[in-house]
Design a protein around this ligand. Structure first.
Ligand SMILES: NC(=O)c1ccc[n+]([C@@H]2O[C@H](COP(=O)([O-])OP(=O)(O)OC[C@H]3O[C@@H](n4cnc5c(N)ncnc54)[C@H](OP(=O)(O)O)[C@@H]3O)[C@@H](O)[C@H]2O)c1
Length: 251
């Protein structure tokens, strides 16, 4: 029970990596806010989490909705959120010559600006109380370039630096800020790209030294480490969980 009595807000936690993190946090004793755009999905997932979850829906591509989520989540958690996981994000795949300005901006709004606004709103409350842990879910795409993913890669590189600046500003207040950077993980996000023929999961597994994609539960375990006291001296870090993808440089 490494997160006993902690209160956590995990964005995008009805599916995929966010759901894996929510399950792991509840297993370790936390109360969690389950979030996505769909109120029905949030309610359905919250029911599966042993009475430890509160469902709240909000569209994080809109700044006023991000601020509403911060307010309602704090109200629902008795004014205290100890752990924030900025996770909701979406891919955008297009050749850079064709990438529409609106799509570029929408990717930044959700994958980066919403992370900042939520970290700011919840971070102020953590600073007042003297502690907290913020985990920004980035990607290996924040450090290595993939073709046709300009907006996505730029947003994730921004998440790396957002993490580092907040970490050094808030370290003296006991608020730790870290980034969890997954490689390819089996989620609806990846399944959607595979169904459109944009990704080939067998090739991705073959390119990964471990020979497979990661699982949402594995991301949950990594997030438990960053959220809890075992990482008490870890801040401003990018924890890569990619089965060796980034380390591999051969054919
Ligand atoms: N899967 C991978 O291989 C991989 C690798 C590296 C990094 N990541 C990162 O991990 C994070 C989660 O990815 P995933 O694969 O778990 O994605 P996913 O399976 O598509 O789940 C995304 C979650 O975010 C929610 N969401 C999407 N758009 C939203 C919006 N505008 N406002 C609020 N909620 C929204 C979704 O619910 P609704 O659609 O119902 O709102 C869902 O709960 C993302 O930041 C992604 O960039 C994933």
């Amino acid at each position: 029970m490494r997160l006993a009595n902690r209160h956590a807000l995990i964005t995008g936690s009805t599916k995929g990596i966010g759901l894996g993190i929510a399950r792991a946090f509840v297993r370790e004793g936390a109360r969690v806010v389950v979030h996505s755009r769909s109120a029905a999905d949030c309610a359905a997932v919250a029911k599966t989490l042993d009475g430890a979850a509160v469902p709240i829906a909000a569209d994080l591509s809109r700044a006023e909705e991000v601020r509403r989520l911060a307010r309602t989540a704090l109200d629902a958690m008795d004014g205290r959120i100890d752990i924030l996981v900025n996770n909701a994000g979406q891919p955008r795949v297009a050749p850079s010559t064709e990438l529409a300005e609106g799509d570029y901006r929408a990717t930044m709004d959700l994958n980066l600006t919403a992370y900042f606004l939520l970290a700011q709103a919840i971070g102020r409350q953590m600073i007042e109380r003297g502690g907290g842990s913020i985990i920004n879910v980035g990607s290996i795409n924040g450090s290595v370039a993939f073709p046709q993913r300009l907006a996505y890669c730029v947003s994730k590189a921004g998440v790396n630096m957002l993490t580092k600046v907040l970490a050094i500003e808030w370290a003296a207040h006991g608020v730790r800020v870290n980034c969890l950077a997954p490689g390819y993980v089996e989620t609806p996000f990846i399944q959607g790209l595979a169904a459109q023929g944009i990704l080939d999961t067998r090739k991705l597994a073959a390119r990964t030294p471990m020979g497979r994609l990661g699982t949402p539960d594995e991301m949950g375990d990594a997030a438990v480490f960053l959220a809890g006291d075992e990482s008490a001296f870890v801040t401003g870090a990018i924890l890569t969980a990619d089965g060796g993808w980034q380390a591999y440089g051969y054919l």
